[in-house]
Design a protein around this ligand. Structure first.
Ligand code: AMP
Length: 283
């Protein structure tokens, strides 16, 4: 496994693979890799000849008062996990390498898909994501790129971007990997104090209640939102950012009764740590 830090070196490696007719899988990450990331790398390894894992804490997707500086950086351990899961290259560029001082270009998906949920509380977030992911697509030229359902809105935004910009690749979306007790794995879980970690279990528990209500025939979106909101609010350490339901794809308002695929998504703070989680409810 090669650790590559420059654009020029990555381009040279990709050119060799392309010349040899190899298929390429790309797994974009911000590092502090855990089993959620590992599942993406494993899938990429199973479906492609060569795998690039990018490890880049992308500054442009963090707002001014967010956790850019505090975000965990564990490159050595990340390289080890990536190698074990079958990566051929870890691409870990510096911010200057990805955003030279001369850079003036943003890639931005407009419309409701970036305006609701995390787009409302983190207004510049998705513009940062689509810009850096476009750069990574152009550099790695993947046949397939792997993302997690954990970041459900990101998935919808990227599907739209790939369609609109004619990126010639397939997006592969992998299920949410959870701890044994239900907490969705996240690099940000390391911020949680033990009592916050225990309180955060209310997220998966509440979403499960909604899934059960839906399975039992509840088809009113607002009732499901109310059920989850009440359940999360019953945990005194929780501070709700949002509990909302949207129709998939592209996060349109839901119908009553619910039809098709719907995303019930939550963002909740425990102390200073903001966690997200979601379920898809499919009628
Ligand atoms: P991040 O490093 O948090 O930007 O995540 C990189 C990729 O891993 C994104 O596509 C995430 O959706 C995905 N990911 C993060 N956590 C999980 C998880 N618990 N299960 C599945 N995928 C995940």
């Amino acid at each position: 496994m090669k650790l590559i830090k420059t654009v020029a070196e990555l381009r040279a490696e990709i050119a060799l693979w392309k010349k040899a007719g190899k298929s390429i899988g790309l797994v974009p990450t911000m590092g502090a890799l855990h089993e959620g990331h590992a599942s993406l790398i494993k899938a990429a390894h199973a479906e492609n000849d060569c795998v690039v894992v990018s490890v880049f804490v992308n500054p442009t997707q963090f707002g001014p008062n967010e956790d850019l500086d505090a975000y965990p950086r564990t490159l050595e351990a990340d390289c080890h996990l990536a190698e074990v899961m079958g990566a051929n290259v870890v691409f870990a560029p510096s911010p200057k390498e990805m955003y030279p001082s001369t850079a003036m270009t943003w890639v931005e998906v407009t419309g409701d898909v970036t305006k609701v949920l995390c787009g409302r509380s983190r207004p510049i977030h998705f513009r940062g994501v689509t810009t850096v992911v476009s750069k990574l697509f152009n550099l790695a030229q993947p046949d397939r790129a792997y993302f997690g359902q954990k970041d459900a809105q990101q998935v919808e935004v990227l599907q739209r971007m790939v369609k609109d910009l004619f990126f010639n690749l397939e997006l592969k979306i992998m299920p949410i990997v959870r701890e044994a007790d239900g907490l969705a794995k996240s690099s940000r879980n390391t911020y949680l104090q033990p009592e916050e970690r225990a309180a955060a279990l209310v997220l998966s528990r509440s979403l499960k209640k909604a899934q059960e209500a839906f399975a039992a025939g509840e088809r009113n979106g607002q009732n499901l939102v109310d059920l989850v909101s009440r359940s999360i609010a019953s945990e005194p350490m929780s501070v709700i950012d949002y509990v909302e339901i949207y129709a998939l794809p592209e996060l349109q308002p839901v119908t009553t009764p619910l039809k098709g695929r719907n995303l019930l998504a939550v963002a909740v703070k425990f102390g200073t740590t903001r966690l997200i989680d979601n379920v898809i409810l499919e009628a």
